[in-house]
Design a protein around this ligand. Sequence first.
Ligand SMILES: Cc1cc2nc3c(=O)[nH]c(=O)nc-3n(C[C@H](O)[C@H](O)[C@H](O)COP(=O)(O)OP(=O)(O)OC[C@H]3O[C@@H](n4cnc5c(N)ncnc54)[C@H](O)[C@@H]3O)c2cc1C
Length: 430
Amino acid sequence: MTEPPPPTLSSRAATISPAAAARTPWQVLVVGAGPAGATAAHRLAVRGLRVLLVDRGSMPRSKVCGCCLSVAAIAELRLFERGAARLPLGAIPLRTVRVAHRGRSVSLPLAGGAVVSRERLDAALVDAAIMAGCHWLPHSLLTGLVDGGDSAVATATLAVRPAAEAAALPTTITAECIVLATGLADRVRARVAPGTDAPTDGHDGAEMPDDNRVGLGTTLPPGMADLPCGELTMAIGSDGYCGMVRLEDGRIDVAAAVSRVALARRASPGHTVAAILAVAAGDGGGAWPSLDAIATAEFRATPPLTRRAPLVGGTSGRILRCGDAARYVEPFTGEGIGWALASGRILAESLLAVEPGAEAPPGPAAAAARYEVAHRHRFEAAHARCRRVSLALRHPAVTMAALEAARLAPWAVRRLLPIVIGGHAGVGFP
Ligand SMILES: Cc1cc2nc3c(=O)[nH]c(=O)nc-3n(C[C@H](O)[C@H](O)[C@H](O)COP(=O)(O)OP(=O)(O)OC[C@H]3O[C@@H](n4cnc5c(N)ncnc54)[C@H](O)[C@@H]3O)c2cc1C
């Protein structure tokens, strides 16, 4: 199958050369320009800090994602807009979710959410950060990280490609604080500078469950299915689940969380997703693309989804993680973008907060401690709820019982749904 044409969004050019970036003493380096990194960069730049935002790729870029904005994500975007020009997202209001499993399907109202492609959302957030005064350096892969210990800076090594096809130049960036917003790909571990009192090889790897699923995603041309605008279809099979929505430009976004055992058993990622849809459809069908189209589509895969990494890397408090790089739980409830936006905001607020009576923000250790408390307060219960939902859905009997309850007592399920998916109805997206 041929790939749909990419959206006609022009690429965001670098605002600084690698050499100039290497000469600048940055207050904050943000690595990763997804919603978490762009939000942190924007908030810090608005307050006048010298901020450099880098990404291994360019912007706009696609990302394996269901592209649904939760009520909480929309509330975060509204906060974002207070400090920025309006975000021109052209998001489509989400009105219903149709859940299908073993030939049964039920449609429930889903007020307050919206759909927008990641090309559009993430590029708009990066634009807002640049407009706030943040510098932007695309094609910059983080390859090394040194926590300066007692010195006033941390150091990052980037492999920077001045143009998409050019050879990478090693570039060293120093900053008082380095924010790792590298998503599920977060891999670079902080070393501690030799000659400091701190231990030299602080272990800060991510914890992951054994039964971890991976994400698969593709976009299909508009005519591949009769999927109505504003409806999210969730197909639940035995090896995972798959969400499908029509994007603002008509394309169909397909995103799935699948078991790694099933992925290894099938001929291709497309066949794995097609098998999930086949179980969900039972003897019937759905308003989704044909199983053949799904089986032959080119899917992109993510690293394992559920993860928990230390919020503070290294030992000095100068290296902080936010977004998926810090914590993520597989995506059935569609909350990751909202979590990423909120964690970028909370991280920036922790760096900027000034204690009553103090004249300047706290040092890195105090800011890091504040961030850990605020992060736990905002996310711990939400992550646990999301994990409970995703584990429950692995039992077909639970899924069937939930669908049956939704069919027989839709009013009750409508009330319970916001509790399960962590939203509250009534906030619209213009
Ligand atoms: C299948 C699936 C469906 C989902 N559906 C939804 C949904 O419907 N709604 C929702 O709210 N959430 C959803 N999510 C979750 C959502 O996509 C993520 O939670 C969100 O993108 C996290 O944002 P982030 O900024 O932390 O990371 P990302 O958006 O992943 O951004 C990380 C950035 O870091 C860059 N990077 C990585 N490594 C490096 C490096 N070494 N050097 C430089 N740059 C680097 C990457 O290029 C990337 O641009 C879904 C996720 C999956 C996998």
